[in-house]
Design a protein around this ligand. Sequence first.
Ligand code: UFG
Length: 342
Amino acid sequence: MTQNKTILVTGGAGFIGSHTVVALAEAGFRPVIIDDFSNSEQRVLAGLHQILGYEVPCYPKNCNDAATLRTIFQKENIQGVIHFAAFKAVGESMTEPLRYYHNNLGSLITLLEIQLEMGVPDLIFSSSCTVYGEPDTLPVDELAPVKPAISVYGNTKQIGEEILRDTVAAGKPLKIISLRYFNPIGAHPTGCIGELPLGVPGNLVPYITQTAAGLREQLTVFGDDYPTPDGTCIRDYIHVMDLAEAHVAALQALQNRAGQQHYDVFNVGTGQGVSVLDLVRSFEAILGQPLNYRIGPRRPGDVTAVYADATKIKQELGWTARRGLREALEDAWRWEQQLASK
Ligand code: UFG
């Protein structure tokens, strides 16, 4: 029974985590957050309160801390975990590798140890399409080879998946799904929660909305000489609420699954490849005026094109993206505007 089962959401005050808290609550789960607010803000909790009408319990702690986790598992009667808490800045990961390995892998290992100790088998892990590198065939499915990671951040996701697979293969009583996200964008349609990038946004959509809001002068499109129809990179942009709902589908699948052990991996994308210029044009249509942008040099480490074959998750978990690019961009823009109005 889903009803009121308590799910620990690590990194639940972050971008994907906070939207997943909403999706969990809507599905009848009771979410509990642990978040150290190293890359999130307290006001996310107020946004969640506004949407849900009650306060979601939140422990302001780092989850690489066994004693804290143990206390939360006992006090809250945790029955499943969705693990988002991790550092995610690709560039920073190259200059601070130990900080990234320590935080991202340390927290995962600590969490697994506590889950085993407490007898809580179910875990959903945040992985990334970055594990595919530059795929040999598109759309990319889960059988595609994992390519050597370009960044330390990407490597923490690959190693994270290996840790999970090896631990289940060793016979430990754990049921785990890794979700390989494509590019999450958008915000909750109420405009109460959304992405809160620290400083200058590294990702495309927040940079676009900040440019439209006048916080940034001009968007730089990183390269128009890629071997794609318009020369710009192609990605699979997925609405963050669709992505959030994929976590609920994965968790429900684990909870309904008989047996003591399981490990599986799913892509979470729309299956649609969209170029940077396609995305800029779609945003301009919403804005009703041109966006100030220029074409600049390529960004080191960017792959040319990656988009999902999302057949497996549809067939096995019954999940499919329901929201389109326009809706995602409208929601991102609504969020940016209400931030500006504060
Ligand atoms: N882009 C621009 N200008 C910008 C920002 C981005 O042109 O100011 C372009 C990028 O070059 C890329 C596309 O927009 O072609 C998307 O870039 P994002 O930074 O938004 O997303 P990425 O595809 O780079 O990010 C993904 C995942 C990350 C992962 C990363 C590295 O979302 O989790 O790939 O492999 F770390």
